[in-house]
Design a protein around this ligand. Sequence first.
Ligand SMILES: *[C@@H]1O[C@H](CO)[C@@H](O)[C@H](O)[C@H]1NC(C)=O
Ligand SMILES: *[C@@H]1O[C@H](CO)[C@@H](O)[C@H](O)[C@H]1NC(C)=O
Length: 246
Amino acid sequence: MLKFVCVLVALVTFCATLNLPPSFKKCKLRSGAFDQCLSTAIQDAIQQLKKPLPEYGLPSIEPFEAPKEVFLEYGNETTGIRQKYFKIKIGGFTKIEKTSARFNLERKILFLNITFSELLFSSGYEARGRFILYPIDVSTTVAMKIIKPTFKVVFNLEEYEKENTKYFRALDSFLDIVLDGMTYDFKNIFQEEVLNKEFNRGMNGKWQNIVGFLQATFPKFWITLFEQTFNNLLERVPASDLFVGL
Ligand SMILES: *[C@@H]1O[C@H](CO)[C@@H](O)[C@H](O)[C@H]1NC(C)=O
Ligand SMILES: *[C@@H]1O[C@H](CO)[C@@H](O)[C@H](O)[C@H]1NC(C)=O
């Protein structure tokens, strides 16, 4: 019952102090294998988020649904597009190949490299502009497969006190995405199927160029969401319960 009330309260404000979920592994600071333990703990915790943990403010991340839209603009008069991605969903965040974590205790910085097998991105898509002089003005859907991306995340943790208990909050977080490859399927950009195929072929052939401009925008978008989600956990669980021996 108490837990239920807590969930209700958590929806409105934030809840009283909680312990780390019992299914989350804890690691002992200053022990030889701390970073290794933390890598396993974080990977396990992310994989558990196939189901939400509402009392910790953690959503289900399979798939991860973005509450915001993303605007991207690139190009020139000949080939230039203004795009809007909305109703964004990403599948695959719980299919992790490798996690490597390092915690700098002195500077309170958490470094994370996480490699996913593949991420499936789908969204609504609106675009205006030109593709090799063909005008584009569409509202459609897009699917992208991002192959073996590594997310390099830096969380700067700040310590503060609340009711004589120490907590962390993450701020100025940073994300860089490195990937092996990418494929796209943009539906019905043109009325002629031949042009659609050509457009997708053109986009798929140039994934490195496209990644360049995606990388300028998407990481900023994702890191804001990751930081918010992580902070939901941090504001409920005291620092000493996150890292044993703090
Ligand atoms: C416009 O951009 C395309 C794609 O980046 C490029 O190939 C082309 O040379 C550019 N054209 C002009 C006139 O700058
Ligand atoms: C993440 O990868 C970079 C190399 O790309 C490396 O320099 C860094 O130490 C790695 N971080 C962790 C926490 O393993």
